[in-house]
Design a protein around this ligand. Structure first.
Ligand code: PRP
Ligand code: URA
Length: 209
């Protein structure tokens, strides 16, 4: 219970450093999020169940492994989650996709929901909620609570950066949901930003500020 996996692969850490830099352009930032997402997806799908099927290679028949059951559902927390989503879909193109629209109220930092759409058969699929930033965890806690009402087979949370405060709060609210992240930073500042962090992920992906 209350699992935390930090993906400390050198390629992930290198790309994350490039993303953190103040002067990295939106185009580069977007490309890097996508590349890191692909590497996170590799880690997050490590325990997907396999089954054996009979196939024919050009030389002979064989029993070979293939993913079992219904395909994974990636659930993106809008907006910034879409940056991670694109990279994960590069690796898992047949995944289904859900969206949860949430923004942080700038004063209270509470998560405000404005959109929710997931596949009708989510109850037969494992789900991975994706959002680059786990800061206060208000957004991730609300997103997972909403998703749980539709009862996916299991839920994991994938992010790029997490604050210790956010991890603690998320695990208190959802001890059954493992977190996979590329890094755990020092703390939150007074405005709920992750320090040292990388700034506002949505703004950096989409160049809105
Ligand atoms: C950012 C980020 C997370 C949230 C994390 O979204 O993408 O969803 O903040 O903060 P929390 O853990 O304190 O809730 P934001 O509200 O800025 O919306 P955006 O993705 O539309 O920019
Ligand atoms: N959301 C972001 O985009 N960045 C932070 O540091 C915290 C919340």
């Amino acid at each position: 219970m209350a699992e935390l996996k930090v993906v400390d692969h050198p390629l992930v850490q290198h790309k994350l450093t490039l993303m953190r830099r103040r002067h990295t352009s939106s185009a580069d930032f977007r490309r890097l999020v996508r590349e890191v997402a692909l590497l996170l997806a590799y880690e997050i799908t490590r325990d997907l169940p396999l089954e054996t099927i009979r196939i024919e290679t050009p030389l002979e028949p064989m029993d070979a492994s293939i993913l079992a059951g219904k395909k994974l559902c990636l659930v993106s927390i809008l907006r910034a989650g879409n940056g991670l989503l694109d990279g994960m879909l590069d690796l898992i193109p047949s995944a289904r996709v859900g969206h949860i629209g949430l923004y942080r109220d700038p004063k209270t930092l509470a998560a405000v929901e404005y959109f929710y759409k997931v596949p009708e058969d989510i109850g037969e699929r494992p789900a991975v909620v994706v959002d680059p930033m786990l800061a206060t965890a208000n957004s991730a806690i609300a997103a997972v609570a909403r998703l749980k009402r539709d009862r996916p087979l299991e839920i994991k949370l994938a992010c790029l950066l997490a604050a210790p405060e956010g991890i603690r709060r998320f695990h208190e609210a959802h001890p059954d949901v493992p977190i996979v992240t590329a890094a755990v930073d020092r703390c939150l500042n007074d405005h709920g930003y992750i320090m040292p962090g990388l700034g506002d992920a949505g703004d950096r992906i989409y160049g809105t500020r």
